[in-house]
Design a protein around this ligand. Structure first.
Ligand code: FMN
Length: 222
């Protein structure tokens, strides 16, 4: 697979073949590749937890229960801007409306939207979940490094025929997730991720998000 095809062909997958397993050796190989991502002073700030079986089930139970009870949880770090403004709110809406439109979910149908979002916590049916953590004394530079690591992992997964969905949704319930992972207090949750083989028949997986034309965000200075 060409690098450009891996990048442009990646999309967040939100329906997986739950019966098709992904074994530890496969994940270890992908993490070995992703671990080649660059990081300032080569500090490699990542920790990765792989969950299946009972552990995964307990995370699903804990987060789904909280989500459906209306508990919005709280973030340990702010992933999204505290004040949404244009053009970002517009892009966010376009993405959300497009997805719900495809699925035939009315925005006003709170139960349907909630039911759909709750699937985050069931890892969209994926056979394996991953949680990415960072030591909380790391600075912004390490978060930059982390993004490169995550993208490298998702692209390496594609070469192996696997797809993924990065998930900040789990961060709302970090205080439920981290104890189940037995993660030490010095670590904080960066994001979760669903990993597996895409369900080729799922409508949701046909959704392609739009991107800006590069000329809209590039500036050339001669
Ligand atoms: C760090 C990170 C966290 C994300 N969290 C979620 C999430 O919790 N749930 C979800 O359905 N998608 C999540 N996404 C997927 C984004 O919505 C998606 O990447 C974006 O809309 C662009 O679509 P694409 O990935 O299909 O290209 C996340 C993506 C990233 C990079």
């Amino acid at each position: 697979m060409r690098v450009s095809d891996a990048i442009t062909g990646r999309q967040s997958i939100r329906a997986f073949l739950s019966e098709r397993p992904v074994d530890d050796e496969q994940i270890e190989a992908l993490l070995t590749i992703a671990g080649r991502a660059p990081s300032g002073s080569n500090i490699q700030p990542w920790h990765v937890y792989i969950v299946r079986g009972d552990t995964k089930h307990r995370i699903t139970e804990a987060c789904t229960t909280r989500y459906l009870s209306g508990d919005e949880g709280e973030y340990e770090y702010h992933y999204y801007p505290r004040e949404w403004r244009q053009p970002y709110i517009g892009r966010r809406r376009q993405t959300g409306f497009g997805l719900y439109g495809l699925l035939g979910i009315e925005r006003q149908d709170v139960a349907a939207v909630q039911g759909y979002r709750a699937q985050n916590y069931a890892f969209f049916g994926a056979p394996v979940g991953l949680f990415f953590t960072i030591d909380r004394d790391m600075e912004q530079g390490s978060w930059l490094d982390y993004g490169m690591f995550l993208q490298s992992f998702m692209l390496a997964a594609r070469e192996a025929g696997l797809e993924s969905c990065a998930q900040a949704a789990f961060c709302s319930y970090y205080d439920s997730v981290m104890p189940i992972l037995n993660a030490p207090d010095e670590q904080m949750l960066v994001c979760g991720m669903s990993l597996g083989y895409a369900d080729p028949d799922a409508l949701v997986n046909t959704y392609r998000t739009e991107r800006l034309d590069a000329r809209e965000f590039m500036t050339v200075l001669n």
